[in-house]
Design a protein around this ligand. Structure first.
Ligand code: NAD
Length: 294
């Protein structure tokens, strides 16, 4: 592994300026983390309101660091200066690596990727933060698929160390190496994985969550299971985790995995998360999921 990591480093190009498309939950977090670790980043969205919210979140996170004495007000201002909000592709010709983090819809992502490829230099890397769409399929919308890979962060970006770097069928070694090096510079722990439904983490996580919903179907109380898994040493139990992830996001990812691995997940039917979705209980973001939130 160490040898592979060193090989990666040798091929990497330095990312001096990055860009993120989408200033939502993930895009905002990615912009914050990049600027915090010293790589300035353009944050582009199509809605001014999203940009305002993305910046407000960065401001709040940095404010907490100042309060705790981990950063001076001057350092905070420098980090904020590193996030450059924009509604246009104006400066994209200077960007070394772009992360697409727009809504999880194939047609939207394909259109955005083709659009951005026309704006960046030929040697710029383009990465997607998709959780469920095949990287090789997304690469089909690009003229140069070798410059494209997955860069899958986890929510909340500032707190979650892991980043999955996904190698599509035509991704070049240099693209992987540059993305791995940039993830490290962001203070993250990158792993390189092949392109398959669920990549690595969700392939492990969803069979566990499916074990949980089967226990619920057998009549076990979800709060009891949460308490047991917390006592086992996990930071949160499966019901709380699903509320944090979002019930709609979880159902979507579960469906992608069930389609990808029908022999392993075929017994999935109408589970507790399907029932919550129909009831509009989407987890923390809607004020109620398994649990109710203030
Ligand atoms: P979100 O809805 O919070 O944000 C999406 C943003 O994209 C919005 O601000 C929207 O205005 C913007 N947008 C839409 N079309 C655009 C365009 N053409 N150009 C620029 N911006 C555009 O979504 P999110 O939760 O941040 O998810 C973004 C991506 O990250 C998705 O692919 C999702 O699967 C992936 N992801 C999400 C999570 C999570 O837990 N939320 C975790 C890992 C990966």
């Amino acid at each position: 592994l160490k040898r592979r990591a060193r090989k990666c480093d040798k091929n990497a190009r330095e990312v001096k300026l990055a860009a993120v498309l989408g200033a939502g939950i993930m895009g905002g977090g990615i912009a914050y983390q990049s600027a915090l670790k010293g790589t300035p980043i353009l944050m582009k969205d199509i809605r001014e309101e999203s940009i305002r919210l993305g910046l407000a979140e960065a401001d709040k996170q940095l404010g907490k660091r100042v309060e705790k004495g981990r950063m001076t007000v001057r350092q905070m201002a420098e980090v904020l200066n590193g996030i450059r909000p924009t509604l246009s592709y104006g400066d994209f010709g200077q960007v070394d690596l772009v992360i697409e983090a727009v809504v999880e819809k194939l047609e939207v992502k394909q259109a955005v990727l083709a659009e951005v490829e026309a704006q960046v230099r030929e040697d710029s890397v383009i990465a997607s933060n998709t959780s469920t769409i095949s990287i090789s399929r997304l690469a089909g919308s690009l003229e140069h698929p070798e410059r494209f890979c997955g860069m899958h962060f986890f929510n909340p970006v500032p707190l979650m160390p892991l980043v999955e770097v996904i190698r599509g069928e035509r991704t070049s070694e240099q693209t992987v190496a540059t993305t791995v090096a940039y993830a490290r510079k962001m203070g993250k722990t990158p792993i390189v994985v092949n392109d398959c439904p669920g990549f690595l983490v969700n392939r492990v996580l969803f069979p566990y969550l499916s074990g949980f919903t089967r226990l619920l179907a057998a009549g076990i109380d979800f709060q009891r299971i949460d308490r047991v898994m917390e006592a086992f040493g996990w930071p949160m139990g499966p019901a709380y985790l699903l509320d944090v992830v979002g019930i709609d996001t979880a159902v979507h990812a579960r469906n992608v995995l069930a389609e990808g691995y029908p022999e392993r997940m075929k017994e999935e039917g109408d589970t507790a998360i399907d029932v919550l979705l129909r009831a509009g209980r989407l987890g923390q973001k809607s004020g109620a999921g398994f649990y109710a939130y203030e």
